[in-house]
Design a protein around this ligand. Structure first.
Ligand code: AMP
Ligand code: MG
Length: 411
């Protein structure tokens, strides 16, 4: 069935994918389970911060009227009547002419409105001399000065990383609603493949696609489902696809026109409807895309570079969209260091390096060896640029670079 599908452009392929992405789903979960996920709701502050007025310094809690004229040659002399420690507040009140010792984070006592840090004082047998003071309320953290109850703390679609986890915990939030990450299965096909670490015969290849895609899926924010390696066998391929439970199935290899390429037939025998096969691009021309209900299947080419490029440009934005984010890529603009021309008749995704120049922004250089079997063209690159057939960029011209850093959100 898919053999009759026309070869399409990059833009057409992206549109077909966008048209077939299911709506993202969300779930309530604990903070621990929400780490690395994206909020599916705005989070409002259930309480103010700080929760109580407290000291920003180790020092003395005082009344402004008592100390406002203090200077090194005419200190204000106060009697120390107690202490407010972090976790052990002073329960009395600070009246005229007295002070309390206070530590950072400790609650201010009634009557005291100003903190004088230790460095600006001298203490001798429960008497403190205040030598310098700047203003009323100095070194005090006031209740609600950061945010009030009901203020917006975190926007929907914010990723829960270390700072957000700390913020939520600080206001007592332990459960939240996040987008459910999509489950992505990886089915690697190829009778020539062995696992790294196994003995390898002269005619065999180490399977590098499995670890590459597993890593890329997790970095993008997807969850790994079944991960299998199968030989170039029609029955085995059909069973592997049929037995997989995932939102997205990624197959690699076996998607071209070879006698031993079974992915397309196996997908269609399982009820997948082919949506496109082959894109006018390099690398990654034989990309296959099919759908069965809400399950999407990508038949990525076997060549690791082609598989990776197809993941980066077509699969990654789907995983991102299912995390509630825009369908897109993290890009950055830079200036090309030397002329780059696409000599091909197809759109070319050219792998490039980015170098930061302190006052000149990013400079784009072009990796020389671009073969689709050459993994160094990826490992030494920071991203790729896209040039249409015959399109050229002159030295100094600007271009967008699609970054490989999958942990970055699309812009
Ligand atoms: P195919 O798309 O199955 O025709 O494979 C194209 C090329 O990619 C062949 O040279 C394969 O040996 C190679 N290849 C396929 N799968 C993998 C893999 N998982 N890891 C490394 N190379 C692969
Ligand atoms: Mg193969």
């Amino acid at each position: 069935m898919s053999d009759r599908l026309p070869m399409i452009s990059v833009e057409e392929a992206l549109q077909i994918i966008k048209d077939n992405i299911p709506a993202p789903t969300a779930r309530d979960c604990s903070l621990e389970d929400a780490i690395g996920r994206y909020l599916a709701e705005d989070v409002l502050a259930p309480e103010p911060s700080p929760r109580y007025t407290n000291s920003a310094m180790d020092g003395y809690g005082v009344r402004w009227e008592d100390v406002c004229d203090a200077a090194p040659n005419s200190p204000a002399v106060l009697t120390i009547v107690g202490e407010s420690q972090a976790g052990v507040p002073f329960t009395g009140s600070v009246r005229q002419g007295v002070a309390i010792r206070i530590s950072t984070g400790a609650m201010l006592a009634t009557g005291c409105d100003t903190v004088v840090r230790v460095e600006d004082t001298e203490e001798r047998s429960d008497i403190v001399s205040i030598l310098a003071v700047k203003k009323k309320g100095q070194d005090v953290r006031f209740l609600g000065e950061e945010f009030q109850k009901g203020d917006l703390l975190l926007h929907k679609r914010t990723k829960i990383s270390a700072p957000q986890a700390a913020l939520l915990t600080s206001v007592g939030i332990t459960r939240m609603r996040v987008y459910t990450p999509c489950r992505v299965a990886v089915l690697v096909t190829g009778s020539e493949l062995v696992t790294a670490g196994e003995s390898i015969a002269a005619h065999q290849i180490r399977d590098s696609n499995m670890i590459m895609l597993q890593t890329a899926i997790q970095e993008t924010g997807g969850a790994l489902a079944d991960c299998l390696r199968i030989s170039d066998d029609e029955q085995a391929t059909q069973e592997a696809i049929g037995g997989t439970e995932a939102d997205i199935i990624l197959c690699t290899g076996g998607v071209s026109v070879g006698k031993h390429d079974h992915v397309k037939d196996a997908a269609e025998a399982n009820g997948f409807c082919p949506l496109f096969w082959r894109i006018r691009q390099k690398p990654g021309k034989p990309l296959y895309f099919a759908r069965k209900g809400a399950t999407l299947l990508f038949g990525l080419p076997g060549n690791p570079v082609s598989a990776f490029m197809c993941f980066a440009h077509y699969v990654r934005p789907v995983i991102t969209a299912l995390n509630g984010l825009p369908f897109g890529w993290p890009t950055v603009s830079g200036e090309v260091a030397a002329d780059i021309t696409n000599q091909e008749k197809r759109t070319n995704m050219i792998r490039v390096q980015l170098t930061w120049r302190p006052h000149g922004g990013y400079c784009i250089t072009h990796a020389e060896k671009q073969g689709s079997h050459m993994l160094t063209s990826l490992s030494e690159a920071d991203g790729y640029i896209i040039l249409g057939p015959g399109q050229a960029l002159k030295t100094g011209e600007r271009s967008d670079v699609y970054r490989y850093d999958f942990r970055r959100e699309p812009v």
